[in-house]
Ligand binder design. Structure first.
Ligand SMILES: NC(=O)c1ccc[n+]([C@@H]2O[C@H](COP(=O)([O-])OP(=O)(O)OC[C@H]3O[C@@H](n4cnc5c(N)ncnc54)[C@H](OP(=O)(O)O)[C@@H]3O)[C@@H](O)[C@H]2O)c1
Length: 373
């Protein structure tokens, strides 16, 4: 048995289990925010969804915002005939009225219900929204409810408000904040953990060359920090070192990255995005458990590249006049503490959350100013 993975999601159980499930992330097939959305592209996206279902994928994750409803419409059109054999998970935006939002989603999906209704983000007022999600569940519009993008404190609180069964958060071999608090909280509370962006938005497929990619206007990846500057260079070095590991495991890089997530304790569903039939096929090869020595090799390569920084005595002195968050981070830059741990300790205070990416970006700025040993 997979340590820590939950076996029973109530009504979702026939779609989940042990080992974890490779699900289809339907953001990119929404057609906007992900590069080209021309006619050829639309045909390829529809084919990708159909192929995923033909190849036995039964879990599809979407949201009203993906392609401004186009992702839900596409899933509705393609999956309608096999609706009962498929789980569709959609979301309610953090500023949206849950009932109105779900009704519109159901119209686009051409379905009477969704299998899982998730609150997309826990912003102020999220508790009242979650109560409404529960009401929609009681009315039979959602078979189960869950939460995305929340802190462990919010996840714990959510379990007292409504019978949530899942939490969805970012998780890949680079972005590991979830390991600190959210995955253990899910394990303690018996919630399913759904890992999103398992390929770091495609970066982990290894298809980008030495220089950072340029995306077409409107592509959300232009704003992602790991497609730029120092972080892109660091990740690219790791990816080059992962190539022989992938070869040893007999997998493509994309499949290796997905299999890494698939192999981690506490992961129930790996949500892999794909825009083409070929990507679906490659990603399905990632639905496999890696040998422990392969996981150790991957982790060692990542750890060797992301060595925690040590702040200089001058940085400690200068930080006395900086903001609270900056002082908090500098005080912990001892050359040992992981950035994920620093961010989690800040988040434990129950105020605004922090993620490791923010620590990294700040440390890069400190390094430019000579504040890092
Ligand atoms: N709850 C949330 O806030 C949240 C946030 C993000 C994502 N999600 C969910 O999680 C799902 C997965 O995340 P994601 O789609 O953002 O990122 P991802 O799964 O890490 O990356 C998906 C993208 O990578 C590229 N790709 C996929 N397979 C590939 C392969 N074999 N070879 C080369 N390139 C490949 C494709 O884009 P290109 O072809 O354009 O490179 C694809 O759209 C989403 O679809 C969504 O359902 C949820």
């Amino acid at each position: 048995m997979h340590a820590g993975a939950r076996m029973n999601f109530g009504p979702l159980s026939r779609f989940t289990g042990t080992p974890p499930v490779l699900g289809f992330g339907a953001w990119a097939v929404g057609g906007s925010g992900w590069g080209s959305s021309g006619q050829n592209d639309a045909v390829a996206r529809e084919a990708a969804v159909r192929h995923a279902a033909d190849r036995g994928i039964t879990w599809f994750d979407t949201a009203p915002t993906y392609g401004n409803g186009a992702s839900e419409m596409l899933l509705g059109r393609v999956l309608r005939e096999r609706r009962e054999a498929i789980a569709i998970a959609t979301k309610v935006g953090p500023r949206d009225d849950p009932r109105t939002s779900l009704e519109a989603s159901l119209r686009r999906l051409g379905s009477e219900y969704v299998d899982l209704l998730q609150l997309h983000e826990a912003l102020p007022g999220w508790e009242a929204q979650l109560e409404q999600l529960h009401e929609l569940q009681e009315r039979g519009k959602a078979r189960a409810i869950g939460l995305c993008n929340a802190t462990h404190l919010q996840i714990q609180r959510a379990t007292e408000i409504a019978p949530i069964v899942t939490y969805q958060g970012a998780y890949n071999l680079f972005d590991r904040d979830a390991e600190e608090r959210e995955i253990p909280t899910c394990q303690q509370q018996g919630l399913g953990f759904l890992a999103y962006r398992p390929l770091a938005s495609g970066l982990l497929s290894g298809k980008y060359s030495a220089s950072p990619p340029t995306f077409v206007p409107g592509d959300h990846r232009s704003a992602i920090y790991w497609f730029k500057g120092a972080e892109f260079a660091r990740r690219q070095q790791v990816i080059e070192r992962l190539r022989p590991v992938a070869q040893r495991a007999g997998l493509t890089l994309a499949a290796l990255a997905l299999a890494w997530v698939y192999s981690r304790p506490g992961v129930n569903i790996v949500l892999a995005g794909a825009r083409t039939v070929e990507q679906v096929d490659q990603n399905l090869r990632g639905a496999t458990r890696l040998e422990p020595d392969i996981v150790r090799s991957i982790d060692a390569i990542v750890a060797a590249q992301f060595v925690p920084a040590r702040a200089t005595p001058t940085a400690h002195a200068a930080a006395a006049t900086w903001g609270e968050r900056e002082r908090f981070i500098v005080a912990r830059l001892d050359g040992r503490m992981r950035y994920e741990t620093i961010a989690a300790e800040w988040t434990d205070r129950g105020d605004k959350p922090m993620i490791a990416a923010q620590v990294k970006v700040f440390v890069d700025r400190l390094a430019e100013q000579g504040f890092i040993v």
